[in-house]
Design a protein around this ligand. Structure first.
Ligand SMILES: Cc1cc2nc3c(=O)[nH]c(=O)nc-3n(C[C@H](O)[C@H](O)[C@H](O)COP(=O)(O)O)c2cc1C
Length: 364
């Protein structure tokens, strides 16, 4: 139960566990004829692997595409991608088996799955699981790029440090040069300080990842419950650790006047242009042709080095939980940047197929 699936015509399914043999994805309905760029997949996986303040767990992230590729091109048959786990440490989780980590899935999943869930590192609800998303998202992005779509995520906040500027596309292209994945060097330094301070105090810290999508023409998306924004929000919300998603001005819109908020229409070079990004590039579930902008708010990493209160479920009493010896990210946001890009690419490629903009065979 729980289908772990995204998309309607191009359908992405995910599987694996944090401390099992592998994580991965199955893609059905993917167009034939894409020359698979393995280096691109490797690059995306390496960007997810490490960010400033990330875990001591180091995975090689060696992946294999087991089906659906022949002579270097996708065949249109289901694609099965696996990313092997090598650096697992199940022993640590045996020690904390009966003492659920606050704000992690340990307690609710134990109830939900009658105690049969793989509790090591959150099982399938873990940061590790998202390696399979990133590999699949990289293939989706390779299709979209041929259609002129460019997807960039970047960190706009870590704790008290924020970046409020308007990044150019060139800034966004270089964002992985920043250890915290922020386009501004001064803000990056302040964000690193936030992570260092949390780390010194045995704590973790939250952050915001913004996604900017260029090159989507007007008219992509379906209305209401299947809206492009609805499905992007669903996908972003499913990234472990995300507690909020907003488009364009988002929550700030609630204290604005329409005369200030509204994205006015103009004509430029005989084409309609929607000026401004208040709506985040989607209205009524359908793209307006302006840049798509949304943000995902990540909570502070639940596993922290400080002693916290929890319960011992065998003895049914309150106890202290000491997670020392565990390997955790101080801040999720920098590592989540390629994950946000990946979910965006997966949702968008499916909507492109629904709109007839991606066919059964990829053509340049
Ligand atoms: C890339 C990434 C890395 C993560 N690393 C950790 C970690 O080291 N420790 C931890 O407790 N949670 C980590 N998380 C978050 C948990 O997996 C997440 O909080 C948990 O599954 C509960 O889901 P929820 O917070 O969305 O409700 C990570 C998430 C992502 C996306």
């Amino acid at each position: 139960m729980g289908l772990n699936t995204l998309g309607r015509l191009i359908v992405f399914s995910f599987f694996g566990e944090s401390h099992g043999r592998l994580v991965g994805s199955l893609i059905q309905g993917f167009p034939a004829g894409l020359r698979v760029d393995g280096d691109r997949i490797r690059l995306s996986l390496s960007r997810r692997r490490a960010g400033y303040g990330s875990t001591a767990r180091v995975e090689e992230d060696s992946f294999e595409i087991l089906t659906g590729v022949f002579k270097g091109f996708t065949t249109g048959a289901p694609l099965l991608i696996v990313v092997w786990n090598t650096d697992i440490d199940p022993g640590f989780y045996e020690r904390i088996r009966s003492t659920p980590r606050p704000s992690h899935v340990d307690y609710p999943y134990r109830v939900r799955y009658g105690g049969f869930n793989d509790y090591r590192g959150g099982g399938f609800s873990s940061g590790r699981f998202t390696a399979g998303w990133v590999a699949a998202g990289s293939l989706a992005a390779q299709v979209l790029e041929r259609k002129g779509v460019r997807i960039y995520a970047h960190v706009t906040r870590i704790g008290r440090a924020s970046y409020r500027g308007e990044p150019s596309e060139d800034d966004l292209k270089r964002v992985y040069e920043s250890p915290v994945r922020c386009v501004d060097p001064d803000a990056s330094r302040m964000m690193m300080r936030e992570i260092d301070e949390a780390s010194r105090e045995g704590d973790s810290v939250g952050g915001v990842v913004e996604c900017r999508i260029y090159g989507v023409p007007p008219g992509v998306g379906d209305p209401l419950l299947e809206g492009l924004d609805v499905e992007l929000a669903r996908a972003a919300m499913s990234i472990p650790g995300v507690k909020g998603v907003e488009f364009g001005k988002g929550f700030e819109a609630s204290c604005m006047r329409g005369s200030v908020f509204n994205d006015e229409l103009t004509v430029r070079d005989a084409r309609v242009e929607v000026a401004g990004f208040s709506d985040g590039g989607v209205v009524g579930g359908v793209s307006t042709g302006s840049m798509i902008v949304f943000r995902a708010a990540f909570k502070p990493t639940p596993s922290i080095a400080r002693v916290q209160r929890t319960v011992n479920l065998e003895e049914m009493r309150s106890v202290n939980l000491d997670l020392s010896g565990g390997r955790f990210d101080i801040c999720i946001a920098p590592r989540a940047v390629p994950v946000v890009e990946a979910v965006s690419a997966m949702v968008l490629v499916d909507h492109y197929a629904r709109a007839g903009l991606v066919g059964r065979v990829v053509k340049d």
